[in-house]
Design a protein around this ligand. Structure first.
Ligand code: NAP
Length: 302
């Protein structure tokens, strides 16, 4: 049981923080054969591709960057902390001989900085194939929205939603040319209403909707909103969220690689959880998902 300030009391069991299909053998908590990244590493699937990852200075974004680099991609890494970005770049260069890595010290809220980072990436590498909009924040939970600093509440949307929009906005013309991919790192928090998490939940739900709009407005570009699993990163540990951590960052990284490699384009414009076995989702649920246009936000009538 966790007691929050403002006399809100919540039991862990009052949240169902995983999303599940009716009959299945998932959630999965580690990399499984259907999304095994090793074939991408050995075949260098992304050798001619350019991938931009935001929030790449640590946590899930750093792992995503590592995975794409091992699959041969040229990388543009974005975050605010120059030292940590440099450390991620150095680690990639140490483990992937010949790695091509640019870093950009950028605040995702700053439209001019974002515009320049995307333009400089394309100027340097000549193209852009994949945008992984991963940068995100979560305030420490425990304060209801009427008590929280309103600027802090709104800032979550500035980073989690505006930051994603900024990158998608400037990346789209290049992704249209390459027939590329947007992968926005969303959250299971977009699908549940956890007290004191309204800013995070709203920001991530709006990101899911933005992802739905990508193929509607730009049919040549594929887009996915991905829940990475509950990973013990700085953000997650600092939030005090009442979740049990179920996986490391590698599962999300392998999921993102699988999606950006064109292995699940039928899920274009939809929400995907890294905790689902995508092979099982495809074999058991693809027809129903497409028929009912599921995994998008909609109002259900009884
Ligand atoms: P993390 O370790 O705290 O990493 C967050 C990253 O975002 C850092 O690289 C940080 O870099 C960057 N960032 C934050 N604000 C930024 C800004 N204004 N401009 C540029 N970069 C910024 O957290 P994480 O868990 O890996 O989170 C990655 C994504 O996964 C987030 O979108 C989060 O919502 C999502 N997610 C995580 C979990 C989980 O359990 N960990 C669950 C669901 C969803 P700088 O500080 O250097 O700028």
């Amino acid at each position: 049981m966790k007691t929050f300030k403002g006399s809100l009391t919540m039991k862990r069991s009052s949240f169902h923080l995983s999303l599940s299909f009716p009959a299945h053998s998932f959630p999965t908590t580690s990399i499984y054969p259907f999304i095994d990244p090793s074939p991408h590493f050995s075949a260098q699937t992304f050798a001619s591709k350019v991938v931009l990852v935001t929030g790449a200075s640590r946590g899930i974004g750093a792992s995503i960057a590592q995975h794409f680099s091992r699959a041969g991609a040229s990388l543009a890494l974005v975050a605010r902390n120059e030292d940590k970005l440099g450390a991620v770049k150095a680690e990639i260069e140490a483990t992937v001989p010949g790695a091509r890595v640019l870093t950009f010290v950028v605040d995702v809220r700053d439209t001019a900085q974002v515009s320049k980072a995307v333009a400089d990436t394309v100027k340097h590498f000549g193209r852009l194939d994949v945008l992984v909009a991963n940068a995100g924040v979560m305030r420490p939970l425990g304060t209801r929205f009427a008590s929280v600093d309103p600027i802090a509440w709104w800032d979550t949307l500035e980073i989690n939603l505006r930051g994603v929009f900024n990158f998608v906005h400037f990346a789209i013309p290049h992704l249209q040319k390459s027939g590329g991919y947007v992968v926005a790192i969303s959250s299971v928090g977009s699908q549940v209403r956890v007290p004191t998490e309204s800013d995070y939940s709203i920001s991530k739900q709006a990101v899911n909707r933005l992802v739905e709009f990508v193929p509607i407005e730009y049919p040549g570009v594929k887009a996915f909103a991905v829940h990475p699993g509950n990973v013990p990163t700085d953000m997650a540990l600092g939030s005090g969220a009442p979740v049990s951590f179920d996986t490391g960052p590698e599962l999300a990284a392998a999921t993102v690689l699988h999606l950006a490699a064109g292995k699940a384009d039928w899920l274009n414009g939809r929400f995907v959880s890294s905790l689902w076995d995508l092979g099982e989702v495809e074999s058991k649920y693809k027809a129903a998902i497409l028929e009912k246009n599921a995994l998008v936000h909609k109002l259900l009538l009884p």
